[in-house]
Every structure is written in structure tokens, then in C-alpha cells.
Design a protein around this ligand. Structure first.
Ligand SMILES: NC(=O)c1ccc[n+]([C@@H]2O[C@H](COP(=O)([O-])OP(=O)(O)OC[C@H]3O[C@@H](n4cnc5c(N)ncnc54)[C@H](O)[C@@H]3O)[C@@H](O)[C@H]2O)c1
Length: 398
């Protein structure tokens, strides 16, 4: 098996695949559509980061491709539907940078409570401003977390260990960790929290969810952080509340309109306001997160190649498989139409093949069934399965 890894993927990913006996070719940068299409014949596993687009045209020119690993969090750069239609599994690393975001949030809560960035700027400008005015410990203060998912809930645990009293609000019914208190509404949270931090996902309904009304409901002199999605917050409203002094400080890592590349100019109406920390979407950007992404995604590619597991695939139905010792395994990606499993099993029964284990999962228009038998699948049987009109992709693991 051969893997092509683009965009300088972390060595940990290369190590994991090489160790499994996969031939790995690496390319430092991204490839454009034509270059990528030309390189893919003979390649089973493709690794990319955010700058390589895996389009329908690319997928159509890649007959040998089994899986794409997006060694990053987002998968917008891959045509997920087209990949599913070709039976190509796509994986990413949604959790590898959770801890990195949490640590930056904690650092910023303390920095805002102590006016650290203003003190630092003054010192660099030659001003010795030794004063305790407006500086606070975070211990014992209330933190309101909006969005109690992977990041929000881990933040809850770390914040409590610093002595913060945690309240959270989530649209889904989430288990409260430690001593965190669930709020039934966001208004309830805004009424108690001295620091409000947003960790919601980017679903369409969240655009503009935090604006003038929500800032007005926050406690006087409270702190505000957004490290989730830029579109969620109305920056005009935030600016007004910062200038009026109602909000005592803010940290923003994400923006509705972010520059494309490092070095590009950044313009925002919050620039120049005291006790406002602006960072260039680096919440999850640490070397540890990169290493974990390398390990995690390479592991998913390896498991798909070795045992057909699609656990955490973002486009194919998810089937968690075990190593099938002493068995042959056929992996069948198909169109999810009524009766398809009966048809597959009919073909197996006609060939007098006894199924040892079988797992089916479906996702929208696609289905995936993993079948183990004792002994081997005959070439005739495999031809029959491959020739079924419902079949999208057939692979055998001997
Ligand atoms: N700054 C960065 O570098 C960085 C890095 C990683 C993730 N993120 C962003 O952080 C956010 C959270 O990531 P995650 O992995 O914790 O996601 P997640 O999907 O695990 O959690 C999101 C939570 O928000 C809740 N939610 C959604 N809409 C809500 C609303 N309107 N009100 C209350 N709760 C709501 C969901 O029910 C879910 O529990 C995402 O938007 C992600 O893109 C940013």
C-alpha cells in the first residue's frame, strides 16, 4: 500500500504509517487539482492539511484511492459527498487541539483579570504603572461557559481546579462535570457570570447569536471571550459595551472575516481598545496539537487500511471493526437502498458461504457492510458482489 502525504504532515503521522509497512511519499507543500490528479494513481491513502482541495475531479482520477486523512480539524477542502460516492473514507482530527484551546482561554481569563497586556505594552513603552486598581484574582469568581462540548467541558474541569465557580449553558442536555452548575437558559448564565466564554459550534443558527441584547444582560464590569467562531459575535455591539465600560475586557481569537495567509493585513474595529486581547485564530495551534493530529489521523488511516474500521469517518457510515483472526473480510460500500443486505447475503448463501460475523451501518445515501467468513472468498463470489448494481466499492482483507 502507498500513502501520499502533502503539506508537511507531522513526522508522527509518517512514522505510524511507515511502521505499519505502508510506503510513504511526502511532499512539503500543497498540490493543485491537476498535479494531485496526476499523482494519485497507485496511491491508496492520501494525507492533506487545509490547503489541498480534494475535488470531485480529483476523486474521479484516483481509482486506487481508499481514504483521505485531513490532518487538521476542518474538512471543507474535501468534497465529502463525492468521496462517499466513490467509497473513499475521509477522516480528520476533531479533538486533537481541545486542550490547547482550553489552556489559551485560562491564560486569557487571568491576563484580562490582571490587565496583563496593557501593563506589558506600557512597560515596553517605558511606563512603570505599578497599581492594584482593577486587578483581580480569578479564584472564587464565576465563569459562564456557553457551549459545553469538547472544549467547554474540558475548560470547566481545568477552571474549577483554579478555584473558579463554573456555570454553563448548552442547547443539548449535557452532563455537568465536577461541581459545574447547569443553567436552563443563556439569560440565567449571563445573570451570574463575571466572565463569559463562548464555545459553541458553527451551526447556521449561531451566526450573530451574541449581540447587543446579550452584552447588555452581562454583569457590569464582566469579561468576555470568544475562541469559537467569528460569526457568532456582533463586534459593533461588543465595541460599544467595551467603550462604555460595561464590559471590562475581552479576548477574541476568531473573526468573521479572517485574512487568508500569514503576513496579510488584519483590520478590526476592536483594535486599540484597552484590555482587549486579539489573537490570529491560534487557540488550537500548538506543536502538541500538531503532533496529536499526526498520530490520530494516521491511526484512522491505518485502521481503515488494516481492518476496514470507519470509526469517526466524516463521510462514510461508521463501522467499528476488530481484528478478524483466522477469517477473511469483505468490505462492501453500497447505495443505501431497500433490500441491499438481503441481496449481498443471497449472493453469499448461493455460494454456500457461512457468515461468521457481519456489521452494517448506513449514513444518508450510503451503506457499509463488513462481513467476515472462515476461509476465503472465491474470485467468482467477489466478481458477483462487485457486479451488483448497488455496489460502490468492494475490498477484501485476506
Ligand atoms: N480558536 C481555535 O483555534 C479553535 C480550535 C478548535 C475549535 N474551535 C471552535 O470551538 C468551538 C467548540 O469546539 P468543540 O470541539 O468543543 O465543539 P463541540 O461540537 O464538541 O461543542 C459545541 C457545543 O456547543 C453547543 N451549542 C451549539 N449551539 C449552541 C447555542 N446556540 N447555545 C448553547 N450551546 C450551543 C453544542 O450542543 C455542543 O455541546 C467550535 O466552533 C470550533 O470550531 C476553535
Amino acid at each position: 500500500m502507498k500513502a501520499l502525504l502533502l503539506e508537511n504532515i507531522h513526522p508522527e503521522g509518517v512514522r505510524l504509517l511507515t511502521e505499519r509497512g505502508i510506503e510513504v511519499e511526502t511532499v512539503r507543500g500543497a498540490l493543485d487539482e491537476a498535479e494531485l490528479a496526476a499523482r494519485l494513481p497507485g496511491v491508496q491513502l492520501l494525507g492533506i492539511r487545509s490547503k489541498t482541495n480534494v475535488t470531485r475531479a480529483v476523486l474521479e482520477s484516483a481509482p486506487d484511492l481508499l481514504a483521505v486523512g485531513a490532518f487538521c480539524i476542518g474538512t471543507n477542502q474535501v468534497d465529502l459527498g463525492a468521496a462517499a460516492e466513490h467509497g473513499v473514507a475521509v477522516f480528520n482530527a476533531p479533538f486533537s487541539n481541545t486542550r490547547s484551546v482550553v489552556e489559551l482561554v485560562i491564560a486569557e481569563i487571568i491576563a484580562l483579570a490582571r490587565h496583563l497586556t496593557d501593563k506589558n505594552a506600557a512597560m515596553h513603552a517605558g511606563i512603570w504603572d505599578k497599581s492594584a486598581k482593577g486587578a483581580h484574582e480569578v479564584r472564587g469568581r464565576t465563569l459562564g461557559i456557553v457551549g459545553y462540548g469538547n472544549i467547554g467541558s474540558q475548560l470547566s474541569v481545568v477552571a474549577e481546579s483554579l478555584g473558579l465557580r463554573v456555570y454553563f449553558y448548552d442547547v443539548a442536555d449535557k452532563l455537568a462535570l465536577g461541581n459545574a452548575q447547569r443553567c436552563a437558559t443563556m439569560d440565567e448564565l449571563l445573570a451570574v457570570a463575571e466572565t463569559v466564554t463562548l464555545h459553541v459550534d458553527g451551526r447556521p443558527g449561531n451566526a450573530g447569536m451574541f449581540g447587543a441584547e446579550q452584552f447588555a444582560k452581562m454583569r457590569r464590569r464582566s469579561l468576555f471571550l470568544n475562541l469559537c467562531r467569528g460569526i457568532v459575535v456582533d463586534h459593533d455591539a461588543l465595541r460599544e459595551h467595551l467603550l462604555s465600560g460595561h464590559i471590562a475586557g475581552a479576548a477574541l481569537d476568531v473573526f468573521a472575516d479572517e485574512p487568508k495567509s500569514a503576513g496579510d493585513r488584519f483590520v478590526n474595529i476592536l483594535q486599540g481598545i484597552p484590555n482587549v486581547i486579539l489573537t490570529p485564530h491560534v487557540g488550537g495551534s500548538t506543536e502538541e496539537a500538531q503532533e496529536d493530529i499526526g498520530r490520530f489521523v494516521a491511526g484512522k488511516l491505518r485502521d481503515f487500511a488494516d481492518i476496514g474500521s470507519t470509526t469517526m469517518s466524516v463521510n462514510l457510515p461508521q463501522v467499528q471493526t476488530e481484528v478478524g483472526a483466522g477469517r477473511s473480510r469483505v468490505l462492501h460500500v453500497h447505495h443505501n437502498v431497500p433490500g441491499v443486505l438481503a441481496t449481498v447475503n443471497g449472493v453469499l448463501a448461493d455460494a454456500e458461504v457461512n457468515i461468521e460475523s457481519q456489521t452494517l451501518s448506513t449514513r444518508g445515501p450510503m451503506g457499509y457492510v463488513v462481513t467476515d467468513i472462515a476461509g476465503e472468498f472465491s474470485p467468482e463470489l467477489l466478481d458477483k458482489l462487485a457486479g451488483l448494481p448497488e455496489t460502490v466499492r468492494l475490498r477484501v482483507i485476506p
